[in-house]
Design a protein around this ligand. Structure first.
Ligand code: CA
Length: 233
């Protein structure tokens, strides 16, 4: 479940979007103008935004620029008017992750939104991710290549093990859902092993062994997924 912000001044469309996205299992908040959206974004953490560009008080492009200055990684799907080619270009230039032209099909919006949220859970590009274990060993994961190191020793990882480890390190202290791991695996070349929920447990087991002396452990959070934790000394 993601927490989404819908910013749309058309009451009918906003209510429709809220109802559909709630029905799709998301937690939804809404704003009817740009200033209200900014206030909400300042006080609440959202996983994604659906942003109409034609908004009163503060227009959508300004809100988008404002978001990009403060919340660089927040995924934003922009809604533009039918003939607003210029809007669209402006929106993408201002940092929209995707856009839809009105009138749009609700199923398409849901599909695009899911894809956008999934992409945003992938590790960010550039710079390695690090976590320090209880034994003060440092685990580093390359965000783009299937490489990881414990202190300076390279870990022998398959593509899928690396993807799983990246997600866990990138979401330290948070539960990574099984479906999130499976979704990421789908975007990757197969390494010749089975995928699916059973395979996930096999991979977690293998990763635990490879992290054995690191002071880090992967906890199974029953019914939810997995979480990377620093072992208690
Ligand atoms: Ca509008």
């Amino acid at each position: 479940m993601s927490h989404l912000l819908i910013v749309e001044d058309d009451d009918l469309l906003r209510d429709g979007l809220c109802a559909q996205l709630t029905h799709a299992g998301h937690s939804v908040s809404s704003a009817s103008d740009g200033a209200q959206a900014q206030t909400m974004l300042e006080s609440t953490r959202f996983d994604g935004v659906v942003l109409d560009l034609g908004l009163p008080v503060v227009d959508g492009v300004s809100v988008l620029r404002w978001i990009r200055q403060r919340l660089t990684a927040l995924p934003v799907l922009v809604l533009t008017a039918r003939d607003g080619v210029e809007d669209r270009v402006q929106g993408l230039n201002a940092g929209a992750d995707d856009y839809l032209t009105k009138p749009f099909n609700m199923a398409e919006l849901l599909a695009r939104l899911q894809a956008m949220l999934r992409r945003s859970r992938l590790p960010a590009f550039g710079g390695s991710m690090e976590v320090e274990g209880a034994s003060a060993q440092r685990l580093r994961v390359d965000p783009t290549l299937p490489l990881a190191w414990l202190d300076d020793e390279a870990l022998d990882l398959t593509q899928r093990e690396w993807a799983l480890l990246s997600l866990l390190v990138n979401n330290q202290g948070q539960v990574v859902g099984r479906e999130d791991v499976l979704a990421v695996w789908q975007t990757q070349p197969t390494d010749g092993t089975a995928s699916g929920s059973n395979a996930l447990e096999v991979y977690v087991h293998r990763l635990r062994r490879k992290l054995q002396d690191s002071g880090l452990t992967i906890r199974n959070v029953r019914g939810l997924g997995y979480m990377l934790e620093v072992e208690l000394a």
